[in-house]
Design a protein around this ligand. Structure first.
Ligand code: GTP
Ligand code: MG
Length: 372
């Protein structure tokens, strides 16, 4: 910002113009509400409110990404990473049942005891290869993540009940995935039902651009019964196949970055956040900025409730140690030292607070006008 009027600055700071005018008066400047202020004057006032001018303008989430990109240490260390998969589909078509079924099929006996944990994402191993599933409903994941500009999904499973066919939310899911340029695998579910009609599902989806391979297209269709656990192995195979073609890569040797899957305040543990590491490796003790929060990774727990010391690319982990609760879809980046993480975290949070106050006052004004 090169220049702002007293009124505009007051609005940005969420203060009364008279308060700013008073402050300027104390500084020996007589000003009116329409008076233009130069950069120095703006900085002076902002400093008085403990707000950093630069940060106030760009609290964009992309900042963290830009930082991460600029700090690429060694691009040669890329290696294969597991695919991150979400499940989408119309109400009652079997998304939750499918997620449960996949999880149960692939849980090894030794881990069965730990399955009480729920962190919003989990990993399975199929033929020695990992797959990460996001547990959040696909639509919600796409909407919040996209609103924050984060891309977390590599692949989406579109669940369509064979006895019901393509429904409004099926179409919506297709549109979400297409907009995000995420490949779709169709799971034709409820095949155990006598009324199942997979041909109809294929026919209807063809009209939406998802043409089965058998019909000359390139969409993979897998008939499954989530309830009976049938077809799950084939589905997982197909996921790995699509992932292989996509050549998903990350550098496990660099400092971590990724996204928040979910977060909440826990009475005993404080701020608890489930993070998806998307690149690099996250370690206990890492100085981290998560959205507008910051801290040091105090404890890390994996999807089966075990404490871990590190988490590589495509791994979901639950962490504690943040000063506040971040939001789903927020980006996180690990910094070299705690001081930098703290500085960036603090300026992001105060910038966000200003933005928030401004938003609020705007709404109030609008409401006032509406009532008049
Ligand atoms: P929402 O979360 O409400 O959108 O539903 P959902 O897509 O998660 O569906 P959910 O898994 O809850 O399944 C809905 C109903 O369909 C439940 O009663 C399931 O038991 C049933 N169901 C799911 N998969 C199958 C299947 O393969 N066969 C049969 N017969 N029923 C199934
Ligand atoms: Mg469900």
């Amino acid at each position: 910002t090169e220049s702002l009027s007293v009124g505009e600055l007051a609005k940005k700071l969420g203060r009364e113009p008279s308060e700013i005018i008073k402050k300027l008066f104390m500084l020996g400047v007589m000003a009116t509400i329409n008076q233009e202020l130069d950069k120095d004057a703006i900085e002076l006032i902002c400093a008085d409110y403990g707000v950093e001018v630069e940060e106030e303008i760009k609290i964009d989430v992309t900042d963290l990404e830009v930082y991460f990109e600029q700090n690429e240490e060694d691009g040669a260390d890329l290696s294969e990473r597991p695919p991150v998969v979400t499940i989408m589909g119309h109400v009652d078509h079997g998304k939750t049942t499918l997620l449960d079924s996949i999880r149960q099929t692939k849980v090894t006996e030794g881990e069965a005891g730990g399955i009480t944990q729920h962190i919003g994402a989990y990993q399975v191993v199929d033929n020695g290869k990992k797959i990460t599933f996001l547990d959040t409903p696909g639509h919600a994941a796409f909407t919040t993540m996209r609103a924050r500009g984060a891309k977390v999904t590599d692949l989406t499973i579109l669940v369509v009940a064979a006895d019901d066919g393509v429904m409004p939310q099926t179409v919506e899911a297709i549109n979400h995935a297409k907009a995000a340029e995420v490949p779709i695998i169709v799971a034709v579910n409820k095949m155990d039902k006598p009324t199942a009609n997979p041909d109809r599902v294929m026919q209807e989806l063809t009209e939406h651009g998802l043409v089965p391979e058998d019909w000359g297209g390139d969409t993979i269709f897998v008939p499954v019964s989530a309830l009976k656990g049938e077809g799950i192995d084939t589905l997982l195979e197909m996921i790995l196949l699509v992932a292989e073609v996509a050549e998903l890569k990350a550098n496990p040797k660099r400092r971590a970055m990724g996204s928040v899957i979910e977060a909440q305040l826990d009475k005993g543990r404080g701020s608890v956040a489930t993070l998806l590491v998307q690149d690099g490796t996250l370690h206990i003790g890492d100085p981290i900025v998560v959205g507008n929060t910051f801290g040091r990774v105090r404890a890390m727990v994996n999807d089966i409730g075990r404490r871990v010391k590190e988490a590589g690319p495509s791994t979901p982990v639950e962490i504690t140690g943040l000063n506040d609760v971040p939001q789903a879809g927020d980006r996180f980046v690990v910094f070299e030292d705690e001081k930098t993480a703290r500085q960036i975290g603090e300026s992001r949070s105060s910038a966000a607070a200003v933005e928030n106050r401004t938003e609020k006052s705007r709404v109030t004004l609008d409401n006032l006008f509406e009532q008049m």
